[in-house]
Design a binder for this molecule. Structure first.
Ligand code: ATP
Ligand code: MG
Length: 322
């Protein structure tokens, strides 16, 4: 596998860079170079880099192969969920030919050609366990996004039933903000809001039970949905809503080893826990409250984080990626 793929946009023949988030880069077909149309229709190329973010900062160096893990795990999940919800992946076929519109060789394994969707501006979060921003809100108000919860819950508690706790999508560098369901209704309309909620909870339930069979707790997760061009976002119909973005990866989800679950404190998790722990330890010398960029990650933190991502893939899919 490659060295860390941590830079920004690449020069990909046949594709034009249009957007970069903290972790992923989005390209659209370079139509003139392709002779006016893309062979697969209205598509985008989503490339997962090896960049790792924590506390809203992108860190250096990247985690080698992280982007491959994110993409391969998403693809595996899309397949597990295909009978519940349509997904946006059109092709992951790679090609050495520069201008044929397939996935350029240099990003093969970490890229997917996807139907271009109009994304709903809602982070569709499902929680089966209480932690993170959900826990903070519960401690302050006894509820999460307006959903009242029983008294006495602690960090890592299992909720009586999974809940839909939407958030607004923040601009780069800003925090997402938890919002009540009524805010989603205002943004996308009643029918679409109900569909997003029901799909989020249905997909969470399926994924939670698949993960549990493999000894992994899916504590919470975030989905992004969209509609294909031509569909009415306010009334998309049962099959009009498409699952986009990445799904059920360690970047969008909290995965906990089930045999180590013990409510009352932070749980060990299959993600960038080592990065967060190191950054907030005195050893890093970084002050989270100050507005300075974090220091470079030491090699052992990078190596252990890489192992953790690979382990998540292997535990969930039952196959090796190396
Ligand atoms: P953050 O860094 O906070 O995650 P982000 O979500 O904007 O910011 P990425 O997740 O790195 O950044 O980038 C993926 C982007 O691609 C998102 O904005 C997502 O909504 C968008 N996206 C995902 N799938 C599709 C699709 N099929 N069509 C159009 N846009 C898509
Ligand atoms: Mg994102």
């Amino acid at each position: 596998m490659n060295d860390a793929f941590e830079g920004g946009a690449l020069d990909l023949p046949g594709w034009r860079h249009v957007y970069s988030g903290k972790v992923r880069d989005l390209y659209e077909p370079d139509l003139p170079a392709l002779g006016g149309a893309h062979p697969l229709g209205d598509v985008v190329l989503v490339v997962a880099s090896d960049r790792v973010s924590a506390y809203d900062h992108v860190l250096r160096p990247g985690i080698p192969d992280k982007g491959v893990v994110l993409t391969q795990l998403s693809l595996w999940w899309f397949e597990q969920l295909a009978d519940l919800v349509p997904h946006h992946v059109v092709s992951v076929e790679a090609s050495a030919e520069p201008f044929d519109g397939l996935v350029p060789d240099v990003v093969a394994g970490r890229a997917m050609i996807c139907r271009r969707l109009e994304m709903y501006p809602v982070e569709c979060v499902a929680r089966g366990y209480l932690t993170g921003s959900g826990l903070a809100e519960y401690q302050a108000s006894g509820s999460v996004t307006g959903i009242a919860l029983p008294a006495g819950l602690v960090d890592g508690s299992r909720l009586p039933e999974p809940i839909f706790t939407p958030a607004t999508k923040a601009e780069l560098g800003e925090h997402d903000e938890n919002v009540p369901f009524s805010a989603v209704v205002e943004t996308v309309g009643e029918r679409a809001a109900a569909t997003l909620r029901d799909l989020t909870l249905a997909v969470y339930a399926r994924a939670e039970s698949i993960a549990r069979e493999r000894g992994v707790i899916l504590a919470d997760t975030k989905f992004e949905f969209g509609v294909a061009a031509g569909a009415d976002p306010a009334d998309p119909g049962a099959l009009g809503v498409v699952l986009g973005d990445e799904v059920l990866t360690p970047d969008s989800s909290r995965f906990w080893p089930a045999d180590e679950w013990e409510p009352g404190h932070a749980q060990p998790s299959f993600d960038k826990q080592f990065v967060r722990d190191w950054l907030t330890s005195p050893v890093s010398g970084w002050d989270r409250a100050a507005d300075t960029p974090p220091p470079a990650l030491p090699a052992d933190v990078v190596a252990r984080t890489r192992e953790r991502y690979l382990e998540a893939y292997e535990r969930l899919t039952g196959t090796a990626l190396r």
